[in-house]
Design a protein around this ligand. Structure first.
Ligand SMILES: [Zn+2]
Length: 399
């Protein structure tokens, strides 16, 4: 099981080491950086737009809610009014009923046949009876009509009340839906708001990159970085070790230990000459435990001693120990001797005289000292003293 796992891991490591080397590096133009910046700016603007739209919608929703609430209040008032009308109408009906009753009593007639009995037994004249009957009939008829109208009114009011109640319910549901929408929009605003600083930083970073290339002489969209513009080595105190190449891996922690050197690739592979990065002296031409051909060169610059280690060479140049070298001296050729997963130059460069200064008198002291320099941020080795593109697989075209 353990062996299998190790096999899988090694295969994985080989794949990730080899894959980038087989990638065909394309020429990067100034226009690509401009496009990158424009894209980031557009993203930021879109984000801001979305936030503003959501905020606008929240304001609209809140206004709608206020309006709905005031409508509901109106409905409620109207219902009270309708109820009052119903009560009044009922009272009126009762009154009319009373009125009819008292009229009948007054004229001593009631519905039915007793009026005729009165006539038969009371000795009243037929004219009287007919006259009284006519009055009573007229008034009761009129009252009945009024009462019918009132009942109709009550019915209408009840229906209207019901309608208003329904409307109230609908409006309350609308308010609830709007409140839900508002809370969703608030979430959206806060999520989009969280994105903003990152997008702003991205825009700033891309802007400074564009400005950097502009300062380095890039003018036209078609300008190739490293060939038409940004070809200078103004930032470095040493030259680059090859004329045309790219970084495949920077200095930093890798699988728990510090990768002390820059890994540099070239389209010319094993035939790529490796030049000394400055004026110095060869201190060691050596083969390590894994069979890598390496050369150490000591440099002295602005009062500081540096040691450079050039590793994995396929073969050496015409060099010998203690030889004085210049930026035109070919130390050897790029290779993959030793522990390497592809043809590349592993270049270490740290401010210490290897095997001489007390900080790096032994190999162990050297690696510990380098780690200390790196961890404290005092130096990033070759990245600090030589000007390289800031990204992997970005070409340069001269030393
Ligand atoms: Zn390396």
């Amino acid at each position: 099981m353990k062996i299998r796992l190790r096999k899988i891991i090694s295969l994985f490591l080989i794949l990730i080491m080899i894959a980038p080397l087989t990638v065909k590096a394309e020429e990067t133009t100034y226009g690509q950086f401009l496009d990158d910046l424009a894209k980031a700016e557009k993203q930021l603007a879109n984000n801001k737009n979305s936030i503003n739209n959501a905020k606008g919608q929240i304001t609209t929703d809140n206004a709608t809610i206020t309006k709905l609430k005031s409508d509901i209040e109106e409905f409620s008032k109207e219902q009270t009014k309708l109820q009052e009308e119903i009560i009044e109408s009922n009272k009126d009906i009762e009154k009319k009923k009373e009125q009819t009753k008292s009229i009948i009593t007054y004229y001593q007639v009631s519905k039915g046949e007793n009026v005729y009995l009165d006539y038969v037994f009371g000795g009243e004249t037929i004219t009287d009876v007919v006259y009284r009957l006519a009055i009573v009939e007229q008034i009761t008829e009129y009252n009945d009509k009024v009462m019918d109208e009132l009942r109709e009114l009550i019915k209408k009011n009840e229906a209207k009340k019901q309608e208003l109640k329904e409307k109230e319910k609908q409006y309350e549901q609308k308010i609830e839906a709007l409140n839900n929408e508002i809370s969703k929009l608030n979430n959206k605003v806060s999520q989009l708001g969280d994105l903003s600083p990152g997008l702003e930083q991205e825009v700033e970073a891309k802007k400074s990159l564009v400005n950097f290339y502009k300062d380095q002489g890039c003018r036209n969209r078609s300008d190739v970085i490293g060939r038409d513009c940004a070809v200078g080595t103004s930032n470095g105190i040493f030259f680059r070790p090859i004329k045309k190449g790219y970084i495949t891996s920077f200095i930093g922690y890798r699988w728990g230990s510090l990768h002390r050197g820059l890994d540099i690739g070239s389209p010319d592979g094993r035939s790529t000459p490796l030049y000394s990065i400055g004026y110095g002296r060869i201190t060691s031409i050596w083969r390590d435990g894994n069979g890598a051909n390496n050369v150490n060169v000591e440099y002295y610059k602005n009062g500081v001693y540096y040691t450079a280690i050039y590793a994995h060479m396929s073969r050496y140049g015409n060099i010998y120990n203690n030889m004085s070298v210049t930026p035109n001296t070919i130390l050897g050729y790029m290779g993959d001797t030793g522990y390497a997963f592809g043809v590349h130059l592993h270049l270490e460069l740290w401010p210490c005289r290897l095997y001489v200064d007390s900080n790096c008198r032994t190999w162990d002291k050297y690696t510990a000292y380098v780690k200390k320099l790196y961890d404290s941020g005092k130096s990033r080795g070759a990245e600090t003293y030589i000007s390289f593109p800031s990204r992997t697989y970005q070409y340069w075209y001269n030393k």
